[in-house]
Design a protein around this ligand. Structure first.
Ligand code: PSU
Ligand code: MN
Length: 304
């Protein structure tokens, strides 16, 4: 039974020891509206390629875990309705039933590791939601970072989350949170969260080295690299704060829970900012793709 199917391009890159960057698909199906989702998915792949690495967008399609999608598969996924959002808990069920599902950060990490890919670029990871002391809503992404040895490049945890609690949980789980090129943790749409990052690194080479070092120490789990959104694309924290508060309140009023919370908030903030949040989201994803490609290249140098 073949379960993981790398695309010919991804397989060739892996065989040749060339850098590969994993990409998630939930951002396509649940994170951005059509048709920008397809445009961004393509642009992210191009960005990884022009930075010298092979992109591997990951999704479960009709029960098969694909690592690297054709443009046709990308198009279908971007337009499909009712696609499942897969995390560690539901990936195997989706595959056993021959269904189609998009992979979150957690599921993409699992797939990347299986395929032999060490670096993964996304927008933002899931984390501890505001009010988690009542709802217990803590993304499975955090646990996955402590289990699976993949370095994840993100623009921080989304500002819709409780960032201080998210950092605490990551610390408890032993996940290194590395701010790239600055002292503060970025807050997705904004460059600074007003929180000092636990760790800071300024060079892709060092990030690659610490990933390899963890492996040598026998430590399971990956690294979270938080890469600030480019200056010209950021939305100031003060501008977003009331919008996030409103979106969070709307979610509560509508009784949104579980897996639906993150997609609902992203969509609501998109509406409340007249699409501005999406532009920033696109800029930061591309920025993360570039850094991930650089880290993947550095890892290949160490492997050699
Ligand atoms: N960040 C984005 N867009 C997204 C997500 C994160 O900018 O769509 C997705 C990722 O796939 C992440 C998931 O893993 O949301 C987290 O969902 P939850 O909070 O339900 O664990
Ligand atoms: Mn959740």
């Amino acid at each position: 039974m073949t379960i993981v199917v790398p695309s010919p391009a991804v397989q060739a890159a892996l065989d040749a020891g060339k850098p590969v960057v994993a990409l998630e698909s939930t951002i396509i199906t649940h994170g951005m509206p059509w048709p920008q989702n397809l445009e961004v998915a393509r642009k992210v792949e191009e960005t990884v390629r022009s930075a010298g690495a092979e992109p591997a967008t990951i999704a479960v399609i009709n029960g098969t875990l694909h690592v690297g999608l054709t443009d046709e598969q990308l198009q279908e996924l971007a337009q499909a309705r009712g696609v499942a959002k897969l995390s560690r808990a539901d990936m195997a069920v989706c595959m056993a039933q021959g269904r189609t599902g998009a992979t979150t950060v957690a599921a993409t990490m699992i797939a990347a590791k299986l395929a032999g890919i060490s670096v993964f670029a996304t927008g933002g990871i899931g984390g501890v939601h505001k009010g988690a002391e009542n709802s217990f809503d803590i993304s499975a992404d955090l646990q996955e970072l402590s289990h699976t040895a993949v370095t994840v490049v993100a623009a921080g945890a989304k500002a819709i989350l409780d960032l201080p609690k998210t950092l605490e949980v990551l610390e408890t789980l032993g996940v290194p949170v590395i701010a790239f090129g600055q002292d503060q943790v970025p807050a997705f749409w904004s460059r600074e969260a007003g929180l000092r990052a636990p760790l800071r690194m300024d060079r892709a080479q060092d990030i690659a080295k610490s990933h390899i070092m963890r492996g040598k120490l026998g430590l399971p789990g990956g690294q979270l690299v938080t890469n600030p959104i480019p200056k010209d694309a950021e939305i100031p924290r003060e501008t977003l704060a009331p919008i996030i508060a409103k979106a969070t309140q709307d979610a509560e009023n509508h009784g949104i829970s579980g897996k639906d919370v993150t997609p609902y908030l992203l969509q609501r903030i998109f509406e409340l900012t007249d699409g501005l949040s999406l532009e920033a989201n696109i800029a930061l994803v591309l920025n993360n793709a570039r850094l991930a490609a650089e880290i993947a290249q550095e890892m290949c140098n160490f492997d050699a």
